[in-house]
Design a protein around this ligand. Structure first.
Ligand code: FE2
Ligand code: FE2
Length: 183
């Protein structure tokens, strides 16, 4: 296995059981999100972005020996994207970097979206900047990764189901490997 994939695998093995303010574990959330991406016919890059979009939360846990301070914004989207950037292309890292902005965008632009948020997502929204200003909306819509970030964020919120079982984390190792080797 590629050394960096081995490292990612280790992070999820060690900290993926954390629920991080949701009802399901981080690994369940990651694999549900990737399964939704795959079912929507997403590219391998976007599927892996869905799988790893919250790796920043796990990095925070790794730094805190399994403990995270939920009272502050952990900026996990930037942390995760930066951590992956040397190995994965922007098709993976940009939607990850933008998935919190996409949440703020959807809460601002889509009247029905806020009501779909989990309790944890509502709790973190204010710390993440709350609703977007008109200018922030315009700027965000111009981002080249706007659509993939919004798509990822819609799967993100849907990927918190306590009752479904999807393909395991390890079933994506090969896909990750082929993205890394073709970068
Ligand atoms: Fe997130
Ligand atoms: Fe998430």
């Amino acid at each position: 296995m590629n050394e960096f994939i081995h490292h990612i695998h280790n992070i999820y093995s060690q900290f993926g059981n954390s629920k991080y303010d949701e009802l399901i574990t981080q690994t369940e959330h990651a694999t549900q999100c990737a399964a939704l991406a795959k079912a929507s016919g997403a590219s391998p890059d976007l599927t892996i972005a869905a799988l790893l979009h919250d790796i920043g939360h796990l990095l925070v846990l790794a730094q805190g020996n399994g403990v995270a301070d939920l009272s502050v914004d952990d900026e996990h989207e930037a942390l995760g994207a930066r951590h992956l950037a040397a190995h994965f292309p922007s098709g993976v890292t940009a939607p990850i970097a933008l998935h919190v902005a996409a949440k703020r965008f959807l809460c601002t632009a889509d009247d029905t979206y806020f009501d779909q948020l989990s309790i944890g997502s509502v709790r973190s929204l204010e710390k993440q900047g709350g609703l977007m200003t008109h200018q922030e909306v315009m700027r965000f819509e111009r981002s080249p990764h706007f659509s993939s970030a919004v798509e990822l964020r819609r799967w993100d919120e849907a990927a918190k189901d306590e009752h479904i079982v999807v393909d395991p984390f390890d079933s994506y190792l090969e896909m990750m490997e082929s993205i890394i080797t073709s970068k």
